[in-house]
Design a protein around this ligand. Structure first.
Ligand SMILES: O=C(O)CCC(=O)C(=O)O
Length: 233
């Protein structure tokens, strides 16, 4: 018979699935982004998409934000904490613990979240920006923050996927100013950051629907104390 003390197997020592490895944390620090395939199962994401399709209040409160070309991108946004389905989503242990791992092990709070909807045939987009660049203008002086993006649909260039510039966080904070109804990065810096890839004109109409959920999470830093009421743990 096996003695329980002999069960020092890799299986037992395996870290909880919700914690990130040091390698993943290093990748995030190097690239400014981390790709976590199947962080959520499709069955866990499906209720979010259903909510967008079926919830009348959400649909009524969805607003269009005009980009620099005059086209609107649709969002439903909220801040703080609540116990309804959407409010609970950001408190799922996986989200909180992964954020803590990426933000130096500090406790975190929810600042705000949004659902982003890009309908087939629409042209509205978010101008190039650096999240920290616009958050700074809202009182978040330290870059100890992140965005978790969960794609509800398979997103690609045809339906308007989010495009990220790997390593651009190492450029430091990029100045932002008004672009359409939102804030965008200094176009000269964007031009230089994108280098040979250039800034693609993304004005063609979308081929399909794309829905995404974005949660903005910050470590408990002292520069925006008003946000600290939304501590996640
Ligand atoms: O939905 C998008 O295309 C980009 C949104 C985004 O980057 C943001 O909300 O910070």
């Amino acid at each position: 018979m096996t003695n329980i003390r002999d069960l020092e197997t890799a299986e037992i020592k395996r870290p909880s699935l919700s914690r990130l490895t040091q390698q993943q944390v290093s990748e995030f620090e190097r690239d400014g982004l981390l790709w976590l395939p199947r962080f959520f199962e499709p069955s866990e994401i499906a209720p979010l998409a259903r909510l967008v399709d079926e919830n009348e209040i959400l649909q009524e409160r969805t607003v269009g934000v005009i980009d620099s070309d005059g086209n609107a991108a649709q969002i439903f946004g909220w801040s703080g904490r609540s116990d309804d389905f959407l409010g609970t989503y950001v408190r799922i242990a996986r989200m909180v613990e992964a954020s803590e791992d990426l933000l130096g092990g500090q406790s975190v709070y929810h600042w705000h979240s949004k659902l982003s909807m890009k309908a087939p045939g629409s042209k509205g987009r978010w101008d190039w920006h650096q999240d920290y660049g616009s958050w700074y203008l809202e009182g978040c002086l330290r870059p100890e923050m992140l965005t978790i993006m969960v794609a509800e649909d398979a997103t690609n260039t045809e339906n308007g996927c989010v495009e990220l510039v790997r390593g651009s966080h190492l450029l430091g904070r990029i100045d932002h100013g008004p672009l359409g109804q939102s804030q965008g990065a200094d176009p000269q810096v964007v031009h230089e950051a994108l280098g040979a890839r250039g800034v693609r004109a993304r004005t063609r109409r979308r081929g399909g629907l794309s829905r995404e959920y974005f949660a903005r999470i910050r470590s408990q830093c002292f520069d925006a104390p008003a946000h600290a009421t939304s501590r996640l743990l």
